[in-house]
Design a binder for this molecule. Structure first.
Ligand SMILES: Nc1ncnc2c1ncn2[C@@H]1O[C@H](COP(=O)(O)OP(=O)(O)OP(=O)(O)O)[C@@H](O)[C@H]1O
Ligand SMILES: [Mg+2]
Length: 375
């Protein structure tokens, strides 16, 4: 959904101009909640549709304001300012922000394939998929770093798949615009992906994103990050001890081990990508036969096409849903069950796939409706 001024200037078909203008005059009251897309530590992200144009779907991230937390207000402003200025196909586009005294809501393009962490198999992706998803994140980082933006929270949970299967970076809650050659000191990110210099508060810059990319690759290839513990201090100690202390799984190819090791060098300046704002990562052996131009043009075939696995949403897009959708969502709200949760049932064991097994509280009519929709 290319709706930024930059994009419509390039192609300028009338229909895009129309859509762009429509979004500019949208109010929160013009949107209707369809279901929940994800939940993060700062708030929830809903799938919403435009009331008078139901096929127009967006993601809406709600963040509750904490009145006394000045730091949160600064972070919110940062997230909005950075996201609204970003124009890259590998970063989720922010289209508009709504604000009142209690909360801030960010209207974004929606990626219906879900987050990469929810698509990640227990044993990780195969090498082709790891290569593709890493390449998408490299493109996002090259763009951001060349605009002096450090993301600081790169992880599979902050990367979402669009309907074609391309990966986009989201969640700019920790992102910061850096002044060239000046370090920043705020401790920010997710413990499992935090670089040693962030943990030790030594000051950091773009290099933290290369460290997180290394952890991201390890997780994509094995199903879990290298440093695991319920105790955050243990994770921190392991990260400080360095990637060399990690026992790499035998299933990992030497090429992947080499890339992870080069990205997770303990000395930030020695990390692959540091000297070139990420560009040299493209020349690593993992990408020997990778078609970077094709990736930018959107012609490389993704490892899988997630499609829209929520039948309700597919029906909305086809313009045929009404009664079943409303019915299902109403019932879900009552029982506090979301479409996302239901869709998870589909990937679990056969025995538990039948939602009726789980939904004893639902009345018979509702159970029948749910099974119809899930089929
Ligand atoms: N544009 C989008 N399209 C589809 N799903 C999205 C979109 N943005 C976010 N999500 C989903 O919502 C989840 C939470 O969003 P986000 O990471 O922005 O929130 P957060 O509260 O900042 O998270 P965190 O726990 O990382 O701090 C994501 O993991 C993803 O599954
Ligand atoms: Mg997040």
């Amino acid at each position: 959904m290319d709706l930024t001024s930059e994009d419509y200037r390039e192609t300028a078909p009338l229909i895009q101009v129309e859509k762009f203008l429509k979004i500019r005059i949208l109010h929160l009251s013009d949107l209707k909640e369809v279901s929940m897309l994800g939940n993060g530590s700062y708030g929830r992200v809903d799938l919403v549709q435009v009331k008078d144009d139901p096929k127009q779907l967006f993601a809406l991230k709600h963040i509750k304001k904490r009145p006394v937390d000045k730091n949160q207000h600064k972070k919110l402003r940062q997230e909005k300012n950075i996201m609204s200025g970003v124009k890259c196909n590998f970063v989720v586009k922010m289209l508009k922000m709504f604000e009142n005294d209690d909360s801030v809501s960010l209207l974004m393009e929606c990626c219906l394939g879900g987050s990469l962490s929810s698509a990640l198999p227990k044993k990780g992706f195969d090498t082709a998929a790891v290569t593709f998803f890493t390449a998408c994140m490299v493109e996002a980082l090259v763009y951001l770093h060349s605009h002096n933006i450090v993301h600081r929270d790169l992880k599979p949970g902050n990367a979402v798949l669009d309907q074609q299967g391309y990966l986009k970076l989201c969640d700019f809650g920790c992102a910061q615009q850096l002044t060239a050659n000046i370090k920043t000191w705020t401790m920010c990110g997710t413990p499992d992906y935090m670089a040693p210099e962030v943990i030790m508060n030594l000051g950091h810059d773009f290099s933290v994103d290369y460290w997180s990319l290394g952890i991201f690759i390890y997780e994509c290839a094995t199903g879990a990050p290298p440093y695991k513990s319920n105790d955050i201090m243990k994770i921190f100690k392991q990260a400080i001890a360095g990637i060399k202390t990690v026992q790499f799984q035998k299933s990992l190819t030497p090429t992947i081990v080499d890339l992870v090791t080069s990205l997770c060098a303990s000395v930030p300046e020695k990390r692959l990508g540091y000297r070139s704002r990420g560009r040299e990562i493209r020349h690593h052996k993992l990408f020997e036969r990778f078609d970077w131009k094709g990736l930018a043009a959107g012609t490389v075939k993704p490892p899988f096409v997630p499609g829209v696995h929520f039948p309700v949403i597919r029906k909305i897009q086809e313009g045929v849903a009404d009664f079943p959708t409303n019915f299902l969502i109403m019932q879900m709200k009552k029982c506090q069950i979301t479409i996302v949760w239901l869709s998870k049932l589909r990937s679990t064991s056969k025995k538990s796939r039948d939602p009726r097994v789980h939904l004893d509280i639902w009345d018979d009519a509702c159970k029948t409706e749910v099974s119809c929709i899930l089929l």
